[in-house]
Design a protein. Sequence first.
Length: 412
Amino acid sequence: MQHICVFEDSQYSQLIPLVYTRAAFELRCGLFTPLERITKHYPNTTITLFCRNYLTDVLQERYSYRVNAFHTTADDTCLFLNGRAILSSPISIEGREEIGVQDNTLVYARLKGRNVKKVSSETFLSNDPIELLKNAIQATDTHVPIINYFWDIVKYNKSQIERDFMLFGKGGSISGKLYEGVYFINKEQIFIEEGSRVKPCCVLDAENGPIYIGRHVTIAPNTTIEGPVYIGSHSVVQSNSRLRGGTNIGEGCKVGGEIKNTIFHSRSNKQHDGFIGDSYIGSWVNIGANTVNSNLLNTYGNVKVEFEGNIINTNTMFLGMAMGDHTKTAINTTIMTGSIFGFACNITSSHVPKYLPSFTWYVDRIKEVYLLEKALDAAKIVMKRRNKEMTTSEERLFRTVFQLTERERNYK
């Protein structure tokens, strides 16, 4: 039997705070997450997920795959795939045993029999799988995009929308309801699924890249969309919005204003005016009216980010922010280039530091701890407003994240 195992490795921590409630292979880039892209490459294949133990219950609720429970026989072949790799073409399950390596990162491992038994989720998360396997199995250099930090997702996102549309899209196809007065540019590169509505005076411009709109999306009047753009199912784009190239809206979001090359993972709100650019926004986020972020330094230099006391040069000129799940901003919040805001922050000051630890209540330039029960109650209210009850596993994960982020909050 052929198996695929999608794994997290020890470098997942560089993607904090975006991965507190999801595995690294669940981060959106292009039309899909790495996991979704892998399942399209390998249909009708047995899939197992290797992740951090505390994510097991939540991932078992999200997917029908085995999670951290691997069952093979002596004759089975398994292709292990790194969930941080963006695989635009499949790696063959068949063939000799080998490991694919790029810059000291294990991208894939094709293993058989006894060698399959050597590895577990802990092998990839805690140990050095390359060191474990290199003496027994031939190593091959490979070259694929690897997500190391959130700004890598921002960097690859725009071109990946185009690549995914070409690989997995169906070309130009317009379904749903189009109101009178909708204008298309390069209609052959626009795909709109059933149940969606595009209202009067909207312009969908695919001259510089494709536009993909999922099911039951509403595009309100006077909106301009410039590809490449992806809008996930059940999302709403408010009137007079400007969605520029690289905008990537996950399912169930409500967005407005001006957005450029920014990923909204799912079920987040930015319904009002204000610019958000070159950023990654988690789930259940609410961005207040006229919140804006800078994505370019006045010096036009490379953006640097701060995380737990370390200053990292991103080697990129355009970069906005990473914002963890359940974080909220007040009206007129101003956010600097290269900012990182943790999980469940409440930001009520107009000017914000570039780094806020998870569970920070930031008001009048004073940092306080956002108490767990208070943050949890607010999260439940927000989810219920979207007809979603927080499950027992999700609540347990929320509480676990509070414990895991204590070191962040103690950082001065």
